[in-house]
Design a protein around this ligand. Structure first.
Ligand code: FES
Ligand code: FES
Length: 148
């Protein structure tokens, strides 16, 4: 089935099974920054942005992306280099598996609604990290929200 949507700011048409997982389809397009962690919608490693909201691509059928505005870490790295820079400056990563998902989730934060540290924590609660103590990630996101 033909599926059309916007991916990282450019229109794309795929011939794909609409029941395929968005994670697999996106990685199959050589956009391998989107990672698989748990595979069951719990960890956030596979987060992509769909119409401005974070979505777990491991439990998202690619057919549901039809006509949507989809961003992956690759596109956001170009669109929001300041956010990448804040993760680097704050050392908000160790092994890096969760990092793309953390950054995509941070990019989707409503900086008006998330004006306090506690609200930022709630926004980021769906993104787990096995390595860091979370504080470095939260510091990066807090600084981003302050300048966004
Ligand atoms: S890999 Fe998708 S939520 Fe964990
Ligand atoms: S940096 Fe390793 S899981 Fe987060």
């Amino acid at each position: 089935m033909k599926i059309t949507f916007s991916l990282n700011g450019k229109g794309i048409e795929l011939d794909a099974d609409p029941m395929s997982l968005a994670l697999d389809v996106i990685r199959g397009l050589s956009l391998t920054g989107t990672k698989e962690g748990c595979g069951v919608g719990v960890c956030g490693a596979c987060t992509i942005m769909v119409n401005g909201s974070p979505v777990s691509s491991c439990i998202c059928l690619v057919g549901t992306l039809s006509d949507k505005d989809v961003w992956t870490i690759e596109g956001l790295a170009e669109k929001k280099p300041e956010l990448i820079g804040l993760f680097v400056e704050n050392e908000g990563m160790q092994c890096g598996i969760c990092t793309p998902g953390q950054i995509v989730a941070a990019a989707a934060i409503d900086s008006v609604a998330a004006s306090s540290k506690e609200e930022i924590k709630k926004y980021m609660a769906g993104n787990l990290c096995r390595c860091t103590g979370y504080q470095t990630i939260l510091s990066a996101v807090e600084e981003y929200v302050a300048i966004d």
